[in-house]
Design a protein around this ligand. Sequence first.
Ligand code: FE
Ligand code: ZN
Ligand code: FE
Length: 184
Amino acid sequence: MKKQDSGSKPILSAKDTVVASDALKELFKDGIRDLYWAENHLVKNLPKMIASATAPALKNAIESHLTETKGHVARLEKVFELLGEKPVAKKCDAMEGLGKEGESIIQETEAGTATRDVGIILASQKVEHYEIASYSGLFQLANTLGLTEVADLLEQTLADEKLADTKLSDIAENEINYQAADEA
Ligand code: FE
Ligand code: ZN
Ligand code: FE
């Protein structure tokens, strides 16, 4: 085996490792609290999106994702339980901002148009991508921390978010973008 050269970082002592992992675990819990706020915010906001959408395929897709989102909230509550923590929401500025973007798209487009539907899809996909990024990162971190059961729950929601995103892409590509392009 090659000897470490003197310039390399010293190996952490067992004590240092525990301290580092505590900080990392706290960072992880904060990420879960952020997501808990974000998912609860979506449960409140998605009905507005459903009411503002026109195409039945889009309404149905958001409707079924609302049901899934309630399941995501429940899954995060299970995560808190596994962590031995009370479910606490920490305001997610990103999700609040994405929600505002969605609302301004609705204000700036005409009711009943395919153009508004396109806008709703664009806004919704930003939300899905934000969730995909969050769940992917926290899933990996849960594995690093050895939280296997937690990782499993996060992976299940991650799969839902990916599927929701794909469904929205399909609706845009197969019908709504063309209808909007034809709109006067
Ligand atoms: Fe979700
Ligand atoms: Zn956030
Ligand atoms: Fe989602």
